[in-house]
Design a binder for this molecule. Structure first.
Ligand code: ADP
Length: 360
């Protein structure tokens, strides 16, 4: 068992609350991601797991064992990519062997473990090469192999691929996800890239100023963000969040931006959230057509169009607000055109006074 539990853990640096009363459980074999803006406490959580920091209050358990007073070396968790730089004068094989040689593991055992990890990471055929003859991706796999050859109970990665260019990043995250699944190990992963967090994680914990704001599967958090803060963090373009006024069975956003007939709208909603992909955009015919639409199709002016190939982002000036809609393909929409916008009531997110999500 290599689950990792934080129970009301707090860590301060002087007056800074780096981690504020954090409680969570990372399950055995789980790909668990911490996501939040810079300085929200992600790295501090990793350092607490590794044992490079001790909590001021609260308890940390690894595999059921309290580890607050256990040294990093005895925790059996490995940081991958902390030192991606391989030893240049050693072959890939000697790089992978290194942690075991250093720990004076018997030769037969070293051979067995290296063969095992090499087959899992598909690097058997390149073990004889020096790092200089490997591609970037191969070097990363050798570095992962070097961390895993120790057979840690869990491994940690701190924004491991942020330095790579966009294409290699996409490839590497697919690779990481597959490796983690095949290895069947607990992985705690830190990133500040929302798309990366969504794509790799089994579950994500969203951080704000050292506080965990929501934990859940990526789609769960995307579909049901607990607050406007979380709603704005996941999704690109960002969720449209508008002040709302509630009438008789109708919610109206930001002075005539959009009207939604929703009898189930919570009475205490002060803001509504509309995902760009949930906004429907049609040609504007006339007032009559809008009315026959149930009064939900509102006029908006196309402000800008960004064709991105597979989809198009349209920025709309509607009432007093700007909205972004995400449309499939390359619709024939031009700046300054009038369109009718609407949204299925079941897709509307409602938020209360303090930004917390409200149930409909
Ligand atoms: P993240 O990884 O999300 O960028 P960190 O965990 O590095 O966030 O930082 C959380 C907060 O703790 C920040 O306000 C940061 O300035 C502070 N902090 C982190 N490490 C130290 C340190 N060694 N000394 C003082 N303050 C620190």
């Amino acid at each position: 068992m290599a689950n990792i539990v934080f129970s009301n853990v707090t860590k301060r640096y002087g007056n800074t609350l780096a981690v504020d009363d954090a409680s969570f459980t990372v399950n055995d074999n789980e790909f668990f991601c911490f996501f939040g803006p810079p300085l929200s406490g992600k790295s501090t959580i990793l350092r607490l797991v590794l044992g490079l920091e001790t909590p001021d209050t609260g308890e940390i358990l690894i595999g059921g064992r309290p580890v607050n007073t256990v040294s990093p070396a005895e925790r059996n968790v490995a940081m991958v990519f902390q030192n991606l730089a391989l030893f240049p004068h050693m072959s890939a094989r000697d790089n992978v062997r290194f942690p075991l040689v250093e720990r004076r593991v018997a030769e037969a055992e070293i051979e067995k473990r290296v063969a095992d990890v090499a087959s899992k990471l598909h690097i058997g055929h390149i073990l004889h090469k020096p790092p200089a003859q490997l591609s970037g991706g191969e070097r990363q796999r050798v570095a992962i192999a070097r961390a895993l050859v120790r057979d840690p109970a869990a491994y940690l990665m701190d924004d491991p691929i942020s330095a790579l260019d966009a294409r290699l990043r996409e490839e590497t995250r697919v690779e990481l996800k597959r490796i983690q699944r095949e290895l069947g190990k607990t992985l705690i992963y830190v990133t500040h890239d929302q798309e990366e967090a969504m794509s790799v994680a089994d579950r994500i914990a969203i951080l704000e100023n050292g506080k965990i704001r929501q934990i859940g599967a990526p789609t769960e958090i995307y579909d049901r963000p607990a607050s406007t803060y979380v709603a704005r963090l996941l999704g690109s373009p960002m969720m449209n969040i508008l002040k709302s006024v509630r009438g008789e069975g109708v919610v109206e956003a930001a002075e005539g931006t959009i009207r939604i007939a929703d009898k189930a709208a919570p009475a205490d909603a002060v803001e509504i959230g509309l995902r760009p992909e949930d906004i429907k955009v049609r040609p504007w015919l006339d007032e009559g057509a809008a009315r026959s639409d149930g009064g939900v199709g509102r006029p908006a002016r196309v402000f800008e169009v960004e064709p991105l190939g597979g989809y198009t982002v349209v920025t709309l000036a509607a009432g007093q607000a700007r909205l972004r809609a995400l449309l499939r393909g390359q619709p024939d929409i031009r700046p300054e055109a009038m369109v009718a916008i609407s949204c299925d009531p079941s897709r509307v997110h409602y938020f209360g006074q303090s930004g917390g999500a409200l149930a409909r």
